[in-house]
Design a protein around this ligand. Structure first.
Ligand code: SF4
Length: 338
């Protein structure tokens, strides 16, 4: 849940609201160009690569060597020759990079960048849950800790969950964790009933049906595009459902000129860059609040990226036994995904 210290930082930002543009600015007037130059030069000196998730602040997206969703970032982390990975995303993502690249130094700009899905699935509780279903094949969404990955048979992302579930033999019961909303959507796509862990994303759960209806009335020609972490009630309004990278490519290929975007609005930066003539409308949280913005993702800032490159910390470290156990279901995912 939100730490009290998080909110003031968020409150200082210019935040996304419905019908607003999608710009954010850093709270303090720093010399952004100077900071970017220092980051560039330190990356060279340290042989470092910056990987950023689409939900990062646009300033961070602009300095990243690679921007992607969880699956793309996992692949990039596994393939890079850099000695240092600066992971601009949340903790479980940086952990995944470390699982795949144990010999590299993996740092995260703010170590408190967690995730409600991962927090709601503690290692011990998950162990008991699995023990209650010993005959089940355990598929975990990548949004979980290394300790939970280590107890799983297969990892998936929102890009490949449907495709992977379809590959599990029909007679084998499946336990799916930790996102019940993604799990339900996969059930509907595959016709497979699964035992679901009851977790959810605090951001995607705050989207509001009334707000979508209002936006649809004001923008009747717009396509509604949604991430499958949204609740079933909201997904029924979607013209297209997919992971962040799939939403991005859909926004390019669709002939529609307006899009109502049902996911964290950080993705709109790349959508707008790729489609300057199209209009992207973020959906606000309940009562127009700014809880549609992931408070964890936005803990990372340009200054913290610089700091992490200077000090090479906070560093992600993992127990080797857990790392090896977590590596196996991740490698299985990478080999099974098209
Ligand atoms: S948007 Fe949701 S799932 Fe993604 S990092 Fe934030 S809390 Fe976790």
């Amino acid at each position: 849940m939100l730490g009290a210290s998080i909110m003031p930082q968020i409150a200082q930002k210019k935040l996304y609201t419905a019908e607003s543009t999608h710009q954010t600015v850093l709270p303090a007037p720093i010399n952004q160009e100077a900071v970017k130059e220092q980051i560039k030069s330190l990356c060279k000196k340290r042989n470092a690569v910056i990987l950023a998730h689409y939900y990062q602040d646009e300033l961070i997206q602009d300095i990243a060597h690679f921007i992607g969703d969880s699956l793309e970032l996992s692949r990039k982390a596994a393939a890079t020759n850099a000695e240092v990975i600066v992971f601009c995303g949340v903790h479980f993502m940086a952990e995944t990079a470390k699982i795949l690249s144990p010999d590299k130094k993996v740092v995260i700009p703010d170590v408190n960048a967690g995730c409600s899905l991962s927090n709601e699935c503690p290692e011990e509780d998950f162990r008991k849950f699995c023990e209650k279903h010993p005959d089940h094949f355990v598929i975990s969404y990548i949004n979980c800790s290394a300790a939970v990955k280590a107890q799983s048979d297969l990892i998936c992302t929102s890009s490949n969950a449907v495709e992977l579930v379809k590959q599990v033999p029909k007679e084998m019961p499946i336990l799916f964790a930790p996102d019940k909303n993604l799990g339900r959507w996969v059930e509907r796509q595959t016709g497979r009933k699964m035992t679901l862990w009851p977790g959810s994303c605090m951001v995607h759960e705050t989207f509001n049906e009334e707000a979508i209806l209002k936006l649809k009335i004001n923008h009747p020609e717009a396509d509604v595009i949604a991430h499958p972490e949204c609740t079933e009630v909201l997904l029924q309004y979607a013209d297209f459902i997919g992971s962040t990278s799939k939403l991005l490519s859909y926004s390019q290929s669709s002939s529609s000129e307006e899009f109502i975007v049902l996911t964290e609005p950080g993705i709109i930066y790349q959508m707008q860059k790729n489609n300057p003539l199209k209009t992207f409308i973020p959906v606000p949280g309940i009562d127009g609040c700014n809880c549609n913005i992931c408070p964890y993702m936005r803990l990372n800032t340009l200054e913290k990226v610089l700091q992490s490159l200077i000090s090479l910390s906070p560093e992600i470290s993992l127990n080797e036994q857990i790392r090896l156990k977590a590596l196996s279901p991740i490698n299985k995912m990478l080999s099974l995904s098209a």
